[in-house]
Ligand binder design. Structure first.
Ligand code: PMP
Length: 404
């Protein structure tokens, strides 16, 4: 590559990887396509009227809300979140222990700025959230993937992985984990493993990034305590988001952790976007303090549980006979399928011909090739009827691929 721009690109830009999911969105827009690909909330449950109700604040406090805000975030929103997340975090975070971010995606980026030097290693579940892998990679990170099962990361394997890596001179900076309703795995880490993970973090002096955008979207069973709540030495930073519980269009997330880390992230945010949108933060705060969020959660959960059940039923009907296996998620947005022989990159092309889309497993896996028989399917966006039709088409694609 050469030319006035290319010759001057950064080394990161020369090597950067576009998100396969974002690239795929173009294909998915084809007419008649059923998409299980993007992790999209259902528009029918967006609380448009209740959100609009709060718009009076633009008249009442417009002069303040049209101004730049502090980088740390809009104080009434932070106050609400500190109280609202206290049961999950085991205590109420102080204002200096929380930063409002532009989606929790920004928290990942700011954290990577704070932690990763080129050549450093990050421990993640294998598979893991694609856009986290991308951010960490862009900051020069490499990965140590830990296999998962229905109870999340197999933390018993961690000491061996850490010791081997260290004996090879690898520098491990942090453990990145999605403990609830994993993206893409669908699994939830057991309490026992959460405690074990914290012990390992302390023993090996490796901090943890607990990414929890789906934790409040639980369909059955009790909420489990966060990893944050178990770590008495402040070794965990916890990220949450309004994207899956209210609206991703607001681009409002937050991150809670020890003051010094939050301060570091805040300084990086100063150089990234100065502050998150003041207007949006104020609208979200108004919505929440009026009690709408707590009333809205059961509505989302009911809607998504029906869709999860529809997908489960369709899988049993169409995919069990083909030897496909999966873990039923107790919450969140995703199923992670395992096909006995099919390469899901090939299946993707066949499925697109049949007008059904999913995300092949490969890009989610830090270990090359670990996901070639897997696929991620999101069930929250389509209706139960469309889910049945889409799974039927997927099964046809599998059959045709096996018997061309
Ligand atoms: N973490 C995980 C695990 C996710 O699945 C997502 C969204 N797909 C994010 C972080 C980022 O979400 P947002 O920036 O919309 O808050």
């Amino acid at each position: 590559m050469s030319g006035i721009w290319q010759d001057n690109f950064s080394s990161v830009a020369k090597n950067n990887r576009p998100s396969p999911i974002r690239e795929m969105l173009a294909v998915i827009k084809q007419p008649g396509m059923i998409s299980f690909a993007g992790g999209m909330p259902a528009p029918e449950v967006f609380p448009v009227d209740q959100f609009y109700e709060g718009a009076h604040i633009l008249k009442d406090q417009g002069k303040e809300l049209l101004q730049y805000g502090t980088t740390e975030g809009y104080p009434p929103l932070k106050d609400f979140l500190a109280a609202w997340t206290a049961p999950r975090l085991g205590r109420k975070a102080g204002p200096e222990e929380m930063l409002i971010t532009t989606g929790s995606q920004q928290a990942l980026d700011l954290f990577a700025w704070s932690m990763i030097d080129k050549g450093d290693y990050v421990i993640t579940e294998d598979p893991s959230y694609l856009a986290a892998l991308t951010v960490f990679f862009n900051h020069g990170g490499s990965f140590l993937g830990v296999p998962t099962d229905r109870n999340g990361m197999q933390v018993d394997l961690l000491p061996g992985i850490i010791e081997k890596a260290r004996s090879e001179g690898k520098k491990i900076k942090f453990i990145y984990t999605i403990v609830n309703f994993h993206n893409p795995g669908g699994s939830t880490m057991s309490v026992e493993r959460r405690k074990k993970l914290v012990e390992i973090s302390k023993q090996y002096n490796i901090p943890i990034f607990e990414d929890d955008p789906y934790g409040y979207v639980r369909y059955e069973g009790d909420h489990l305590p966060s990893i944050f709540s178990f770590h008495d030495q402040g070794g965990v930073i916890y990220a949450g988001s309004f994207s899956k519980i209210l609206s991703p269009g607001t681009r409002v997330g937050w991150v809670t952790g020890p003051k010094e880390i939050i301060r570091n992230l805040t300084v990086f945010k100063q150089g990234t976007d100065l502050c998150s949108s003041t207007i949006t933060q104020a609208l979200v705060a108004e919505y929440c303090v009026n009690g709408h969020l707590d009333r809205h959660l059961p509505v989302i959960i009911d809607n998504y549980r029906v869709k999860r059940d529809a997908m489960e039923k369709s899988f049993e009907k169409h995919l069990t006979p083909l030897g496909v296996t999966w873990v039923k998620p107790e919450g969140g947005f995703f199923y992670w399928l395992k096909f006995p022989t099919v390469n899901t990159n090939d299946l993707f092309k066949k499925a697109i011909d049949k007008k059904v889309a999913f995300v092949p497993g490969d890009p989610f896996c830090p270990t090359a090739g670990a996901g070639i028989h897997n696929a991620r399917l999101c069930y929250t966006f389509p209706s139960p009827e469309i889910i049945e039709e889409g799974v039927k088409r997927l099964a046809e694609a599998v059959t045709e691929l096996a018997i061309p």
